[in-house]
Design a protein around this ligand. Sequence first.
Ligand SMILES: [Zn+2]
Length: 243
Amino acid sequence: MISTERDHALLIACAVRILNASGAMGKSGHVSRRDPTDPGVMWINSQGASRSTIGPQDVVPIDLRTGARIGDGPAPPTELHIHRSIYLHRPEVAAVVHSHPPYVVALSVAGQTLRPVMIDGGFLPEEAPFFDSAAHVDTAERGELLATTLGDSTVVVMRGHGMALVAASVEEATCRLLAAEDNARIQYLASALAEPRALERDELERVAKHTGSGASRSKAWRYELETARRSGALDGLDLSALG
Ligand SMILES: [Zn+2]
């Protein structure tokens, strides 16, 4: 059972390591969550900590109202504006991931719209919103532009850069990021053969019912957690608080 601030930081550290081990994060990605007891605060991995060895001590709190780090310690990432702007625009969002998954980036620079072409990608919109700018999102103004482009979607693709994605929990955000990259890889491979056929609206609705269930989400997270643990990617973390 997750119960303390340290446990929330542990969950973020765990998510960062899982994404890093899968190759979908790289050295500069970040995972955040809205503080469940204070919706005006978010927690995010620091700028400098290695994504392969990050621990709970490397997760820092940010005041969403001002964008300032709360307290002393490691600095937040310069692209915290991605997260802050999304939380300000979307009060229902509990977790955000920003990452640089190679296949998602490949589609973005080829001018191909990310679409749900397989069932694991069923949470994607029929056409993923596209942020047509490859510069870092390191100002409040650029964060605002990105959040506006995201709108009420689950993801926004950032040309030549990566993507940002929202979810109801860190666990769901982690699994969604991995599924989005899997989906992009299949879309990329299929493009070499023919014009990929995306899932249709009624199929998306049916898939959402299945993959959106608590049992399905829990199974996906458990798979990613145990795979990472077995590989050694979570070594040094005390995972007992994660159940
Ligand atoms: Zn970035």
